[in-house]
Design a protein around this ligand. Structure first.
Ligand code: ARE
Ligand code: CA
Length: 494
């Protein structure tokens, strides 16, 4: 349940946040497979509440308030979901579904529409589409005055009380477990490779273990018999909280939020890059084979909490992503976003609810693509930025090697090798990097895959690096350059 079941030469996944399933399927075929992405995390597929609340019209977060476990959302219906899973698997790209198992909806007035055809009554805790009734919820097990989580240091209420007022399911009940397992097994039967389990911190590890250890093996249409589903538990470990990410690592991978936070801190200049040499377990993070790492996610790119980097600070973002994809720690996830206008009031972006690009009937608009492959009409598509997809290819090429020959200038210029297969240098200093460094590569000329790409004809559209017979090469990253990183690897040899 820790293995993402990607192909051996595809070692990163991408979160196509709010993409429609037909667009995901096409992206697998046209871009992700050719560029070497191993899998896609898709937004929650279950039927959910359709939110129209004054200014807030169809926010992205409505998908985190399920009404039933039918596959029906703005991304598509059951048919398009199955078609996507089949088409992506056919080109060797895995699908991981985001699943919301902790709760159902918050309070909504009677008659609130849903994205499917189910009726629900949040006041009575009645969700006939599953069906769940009031007996299936945790009300009797929560002892706070408000019924919601009030103190995050108290594990009992974090698990048994309502998260942001949403009806909290009791996963300790056999019936609730059965309903959840039926849903997850249905997704497995369609060919998904695994799940991102939303709000895992708010569920008891023992209950999750009972559910996830009993799930079916993955579909033999695409995976060898006996293959266990990949599971990523979303747990944000709070410094002052009693619940720890490691409490969940015995049942699957866990999100390692410290990683993106520390990289943001470093690239923003609050910690010298030279210290990144041993980021990972030595910094109190999860064992690498149990962790999922990312620079930002769909939540913290909105709050920008802890100074995480996002597409809005693109030079730093690409440097940090190059570091993450170049460095041997964790399974890596690339974020792929859409744009929205921020509007700060009292330090908070009041537009943070804004949903994906949509037309006047609130249907999601498909991304369109520029001649250079980047996205248009509101989609950012970080995963289509050359500096990022070329580093995904880098990670694939160096897979199986460790880090060696670390170099730094004692400050914010760093470089390292991955075995004798790849070399990365990063300059986050107010000065040029001009050094002759050990690249660990065989003699030859290499194309820097950050400033350009190696073409099919075998030439390089960016900078190139000459490596001598002892592995040394002259590396230059000027402070004025568009990008602050340089990367070469075996397959970028000219
Ligand atoms: C919305 C409205 C609320 C309303 C509620 C019910 O915004 O005002 O009360 O609906 O009507 C997302 C949005 C929420 C949204 C929700 C449901 O972010 O705003 O509520 O969808 O529509 C904690 C959890 C962590 C969670 C984060 C956001 O531990 O699991 O909060 N992350 C996941 C998803 C979110 C999603 C949910 C869970 C809910 O990724 O996208 O919410 O399904 C410290 C703590 C953390 C805490 C963090 C933020 O770091 O240590 O535990 O994370 O602060 O509060
Ligand atoms: Ca709970």
């Amino acid at each position: 349940q820790w293995d993402p079941h990607v192909l051996e030469n595809r070692q990163a996944m991408v979160h196509l946040f709010e993409w429609k399933y037909p667009d995901v399927a096409k992206e697998c075929e046209d871009f992700l497979a050719p560029k070497g992405y191993g899998g896609v995390q898709v937004s929650p597929s279950s039927e959910c509440v359709a939110v129209y609340q004054g200014q807030v019209q169809r926010p992205w977060w409505e998908r985190y308030q399920p009404v039933s476990y039918k596959i029906s959302s703005r991304s598509g219906d059951e048919g398009s979901f199955r078609d996507m899973v089949a088409r992506c698997n056919d080109v060797g790209v895995r699908i991981y579904t985001d699943v919301v198992l902790n709760h159902m909806t918050g309070d909504h007035p009677a008659g609130t529409p849903t994205t499917g055809d189910s009726y629900f009554d949040s006041g009575a805790e009645s969700y006939p589409g599953v069906p769940y009734s009031a007996f299936d919820f945790n009300d009797a097990n929560c002892h706070t005055a408000s019924g919601s989580i009030e103190d995050y240091s108290d594990a009992e209420q974090v698990r048994n009380c309502k998260l942001s007022g949403m009806k909290d399911l009791n996963q300790g009940k056999d019936y609730v477990r059965e309903m959840i397992m039926e849903y997850l097994n249905r997704l497995i039967s369609y060919g998904v490779a695994g799940f991102r389990v939303d709000a895992s911190k708010h569920m008891w590890p023992g209950d999750l273990e009972a559910i996830f250890s009993q799930l079916d093996d993955l579909s033999t249409d695409y995976f060898p018999a006996g293959t266990r589903p990949f599971v990523v538990f979303e747990v944000i470990e709070g410094e002052w909280e009693s619940i720890k990410a490691i409490d969940y690592a015995g049942i699957g991978r866990v999100t390692e939020f410290k990683y993106g936070r520390e990289l943001g801190h470093s690239f923003r200049g609050f910690n010298q890059l030279k210290w990144l040499r041993n980021i990972g377990e030595d910094w109190g993070m999860l064992p690498r084979h149990e962790s999922l790492v990312f620079i930002d996610n769909h939540d913290n790119q909105r709050t920008e909490s802890n100074g995480v980097l996002t597409f809005r600070v693109d030079k730093w973002y690409k440097m940090a992503t190059a570091f993450m994809l170049g460095f041997p720690y964790g399974f890596t996830r690339v974020m792929s976003s859409y744009y929205w206008d921020q509007y700060f009031e009292g330090g908070r972006d009041i537009n943070d609810w804004t949903g994906p690009p949509q037309d006047t009937s609130f249907d999601i608009i498909s991304p369109s693509f520029n001649p250079d492959g980047s996205c248009a009409n509101g989609w950012i598509c970080e995963h289509r930025w050359r500096e990022i997809y070329n580093m995904v290819a880098f990670r694939n090429v160096v897979h199986g090697t460790d880090l060696n020959d670390w170099w730094d200038n004692g400050n914010n210029q760093i470089a390292f090798c991955r075995g004798n297969r790849g070399f990365v240098a990063i300059n986050n200093e107010g000065a040029d990097l001009k050094e002759t460094l050990q690249t660990c590569l065989a003699e030859g000329t290499y194309c820097d895959v950050i400033s350009g790409s190696k073409t099919e004809a075998g030439s390089c559209t960016g900078k190139s690096v000459q490596v001598d017979s002892s592995g040394y090469g002259y590396i230059e990253i000027l402070n004025s350059e568009y990008d602050g990183a340089l990367a070469i690897h075996m397959d970028s040899k000219l």
